[in-house]
Design a protein around this ligand. Structure first.
Ligand code: ATP
Length: 579
């Protein structure tokens, strides 16, 4: 069984449902998302194409101004046909280039989002199930599915705006100042007011978006947590109390969302006001110039109708990138909040033993010897060590029971052997090779973990046994069903079960977990954590029988309170109670 599957079956994971509010807002490490987001050449290409498309408006404006000027001066309609056709052709070209740019940007951004999601899932899979600081599953799901999606508009809209903001206003200023330095000066005067106000609003927008996203995450976590515990809530008559808490959470989310919306409206109103002011001032100046009331500001000459029109057509386009920036500013705030949420999610202190390098050499080919030498282990944020100078040798093919009172460290020892947590000092070796980041992946491929609460997915029994492992054939699965005495269950349920194993008894669910391990011929070491807990005597006996069948030609270490099960093992090790 792979590490991810093993992870789902540990007690720590099972307890996760009761952890409703774990703070994930400790500190932000930018190192996780940065490598993916800082290397997106498609965004640059697409943005440059979109800027080029916007620059075409300068040519179109020039042609329109020229045509109207000609029409007003000698009144020949024929002279405007060619400029009009050119404007149309340029319009088509502009739309085409803009479309290509948008497509490149969208594809790049979409790909980046998928990579971020995959990388986050990968990082979460390497988080130790014993980490008590894990964010609730609802929060993780909300961040990966919902909040990561907010990065898409940020990449899609903010990045082209950055380029346009530099290229378009500079080009327009150059053209306008060519005809009138005063009109250019008016534009220069109005432009900085917008970014200044935008920046002031932007700081608040980012904070508001972050707060909103955290609220969305907490509400999802709350909802998932309570849905999981719906039966307990009903049986303890806590439905009303839960509904009230949910309503309060929804109300808080509504308020946070309204704050974000208010800021978005305020920022676009500010921008509209200043850009309208800028355009109006240019229009007033050009109007008075054409009327002859103002004679300065045009390099000692008087503006012609064509020049005046050209400036007037360019003035709104000067503010367009700033307007786009305003629209994208909110996307930037949500996107940055999404990135920060991903960075927080990917941050963890407690990892399983893991390395990205696959070392096939350590894969086991026979029942291994397991050697534990002088280990010291203490859980994070606890005061008493679980193991101090502890040693144990398990012979190849041996069936060993770990017996001991609750809290004596049986599950912890199995977690150490599965590489789900690393020891503080001492050594764990499998067939003489030390268990480490480099070797754990390969060992885990030959290792199976059977917990007391195996996680079962809704679907067929066979797909639950296969767990997506392509190397397992249908024959392996049929054999495992037979060995685990599940043939009757498969026939009875028409092969399908509900979420969380609905429709199966506790004993059947455990036999299914054993079948998962049995189906994999590469399994040589079986770690079982209280497989007979909470079962009646008859069912416990049946599960014990199946476990022994699974353990044939394999090394088995089983943590248990069940003396009956322990008595069937080759050796029993008793762990001491902790003070
Ligand atoms: N993830 C964790 N973080 C901190 N402490 C933990 C964690 N898991 C277990 N502990 C503590 O470590 C000690 C050993 O726990 P462990 O679950 O290994 O005992 P156990 O012998 O398997 O108990 P049981 O038979 O009740 O399952 C206990 O004191 C427990 O409180």
């Amino acid at each position: 069984m792979d590490a991810a599957s093993a992870r789902q079956e540990t007690p720590a994971e099972a307890d996760e449902a009761s952890v409703s509010t774990v703070s994930v807002a400790n500190s932000i490490s930018s190192s996780f998302t940065k490598p993916i987001l800082s290397n997106l050449p498609g965004l640059r290409t697409g943005s440059l194409l979109q800027s080029t498309a916007s620059l075409i408006w300068l040519l179109q404006a020039g042609l329109i101004a020229y045509a109207i000027h000609r029409l007003a001066s000698d009144g020949h309609f024929n002279e405007v046909v060619l400029p009009a056709l050119s404007v149309l052709a340029l319009g088509i070209l502009r739309a085409f280039i803009d479309m290509i740019g948008s497509r490149i940007i969208f594809k790049t951004a979409r790909h980046a989002i998928s990579r971020l999601r995959a990388a986050t899932a990968e990082v979460l899979a390497h988080r130790s199930p014993l980490d008590t600081q894990k964010p609730p599953s609802g929060t993780a799901a909300s961040i990966i599915a919902e909040q990561t999606e907010a990065i898409l508009p940020f990449l899609q809209r903010f990045s082209p705006v950055k380029y346009k903001l530099v290229i378009i206003p500079s080009a327009i200023l150059l053209c306008v100042s060519w005809h009138s330095w005063l009109a250019a000066l008016i534009l220069i005067f109005c432009a900085p007011l917008i970014p200044v106000f935008m920046a002031l609003i932007g700081f608040r927008a980012k904070k508001a978006s972050e707060e909103q996203m955290i609220e969305v995450g907490s509400m999802n976590a709350f909802l998932l947590d309570r849905l999981r515990g719906l039966n307990s809530i009903r049986s303890l008559d806590a439905v009303d109390a839960t509904a009230i808490r949910f309503r309060t959470a929804a109300e808080t989310l509504k308020q946070k969302t309204m704050i974000v919306l208010r800021i978005a409206f305020l920022s676009s109103a500010t921008l509209e006001f200043f850009s309208a002011l800028g355009v109006a001032m240019v229009a007033v100046y050009v109007g008075f110039q054409l009327l002859g009331d103002i004679t300065y500001g045009a390099w000692g000459t008087k503006l012609t109708l064509g020049q005046g029109l050209f400036i007037l057509l360019l003035a709104p386009a000067f503010f367009e990138p700033l307007q786009e920036l305003s629209a994208a500013w909110h996307d930037r705030a949500s996107g940055k909040a999404g990135i920060a949420a991903l960075d927080r999610l990917a941050m963890h202190n407690l990892k399983i033993l893991h390395s990205d390098k696959q070392s096939k050499n350590n894969k086991l080919s026979s029942p291994p010897e397991v050697l534990i030498q002088n280990i010291h282990f203490q859980h994070q944020r606890t005061n008493i060590p679980v193991f101090e100078n502890y040693s144990l040798t398990v012979r190849p093919g041996e069936k060993l029971a770990l017996l001991g009172p609750s809290g004596s460290g049986k599950s912890t020892l199995l977690a150490i052997l599965a590489g789900l947590v690393s020891v503080d000092s001492g050594k764990v070796s499998v067939n003489g090779t030390e268990l480490s980041d480099e070797t754990a992946n390969a060992f885990r491929q030959s290792m199976a973990w059977v917990g007391q609460k195996p996680h079962l997915f809704s679907g067929t029994l066979k797909s639950n046994i296969r767990l997506g492992r392509k190397e397992i054939s249908n024959t392996d699965i049929d054999l495992a069903i037979e060995q685990a005495a599940l043939s009757f269950v498969v026939a009875n349920h028409n092969g399908a079960i509900g979420e969380g194993g609905a429709g199966l008894s506790g004993g059947e669910a455990l036999r299914l977990a054993l079948a998962r391990a049995m189906a994999d011929g590469d399994t040589h070491l079986v770690l079982a954590d209280e497989p007979t807990a909470h079962l009646d005597t008859a069912t416990a006996e049946e599960v014990t029988k199946n476990l022994l069948k699974l353990a044939e030609n394999r090394t088995l270490i089983v943590a248990t309170h069940d003396e009956q099960l322990a008595s069937k093992m080759d050796r029993v090790i008793r762990l001491e109670a902790k003070p």
